[in-house]
Design a protein around this ligand. Structure first.
Ligand code: ADP
Ligand code: MG
Length: 235
């Protein structure tokens, strides 16, 4: 589904000097798999998710989705591509606290200027029910953290994206809530055939992973889900 070749990604520092945060010679990510990315803070994990989402133009190399170079698209087409392809689950949920869970899930329908029609409202309600979130609560801020996390998942799934990218989706959850979320993410990959790529250090999620990738200062190393080094991907 995704392929990266000789990708190098740089940011600029205080003195406007570029510094490299990601350097990947090759990476293939297949539909139907749950892939977990681990690595120390600052190793480039979030940057990898952003690069795959078409949000960070690489310095060299590119990202292919189903054979097409996503950075060759115009910005407008890349936005549409992202909306059709990627469900992004942010680390701190990015919910609007004053809106109901249901309104949070349907929020993105307003960006296209159309608003939430009956079809999207029904889909949002059924996703929330499926994820055991009380969608009719007056404010998302009234939900428990586990419920907020699952609201963020429901929102990511609204447009039925083939790829789900999640940044530490269980980081602030207790083990029961983590297990619920991990089971859902695993089903999205194994049963629904989506690509699910998560940044996570949570053993509950790592034990369910088909692949574990370790990032160290922008370089990738693949490990087996049990944590034994399998192969090193040369950078
Ligand atoms: P991780 O998610 O693994 O903690 P990130 O991908 O967020 O790492 O960041 C990698 C490195 O890039 C960090 O050193 C961070 O400080 C730096 N960084 C992240 N975003 C920017 C940015 N927009 N501009 C400059 N530096 C950034
Ligand atoms: Mg991060």
């Amino acid at each position: 589904m995704f392929a990266i070749e000789n990708l190098k990604l740089s940011y600029r520092d205080d003195g406007n000097r570029p510094f490299t945060v990601l350097e990947l010679s090759s990476l293939d990510l297949k539909a139907g798999s749950l892939v977990v990315v681990t690595g120390p803070s600052g190793s480039g994990k979030s940057s990898l998710l952003y690069a795959l989402s078409g949000l960070l133009n690489p310095t060299t190399g590119t990202v292919f989705h189903d054979g097409a170079d996503i950075y060759a698209l115009s910005e407008a087409r890349r936005d549409r591509w992202r909306r059709d392809t990627i469900g992004f689950i942010f680390q701190d949920f990015h919910l609007i606290p004053e809106l109901s869970p249901l309104a949070n899930v349907t929020l993105a329908t307003h960006f296209g200027g159309v608003g939430a029609g009956a079809r999207h409202k029904a889909r949002a309600a059924s996703l929330l029910e499926d994820l055991q979130v009380p969608g009719e609560r007056r404010h998302a801020s009234l939900l428990s953290r586990g419920e907020q996390q699952r609201t963020a998942i429901a929102r990511a799934l609204l447009f039925d994206p083939p790829a789900i990218l999640a940044d530490e989706p269980t980081a602030s959850l207790d083990s029961d809530a983590s297990t619920l979320v991990a089971n859902k993410l695993q089903d999205l990959a194994r049963k629904d055939g989506r690509l699910v790529l998560c940044v996570s250090h949570d053993p509950i999620l790592i034990t369910r992973a088909d692949r574990v990738l370790h990032l160290d200062r922008g370089h990738l190393k693949e490990t087996t889900p049990t944590g034994n080094a399998k192969s090193e991907i040369p950078a």
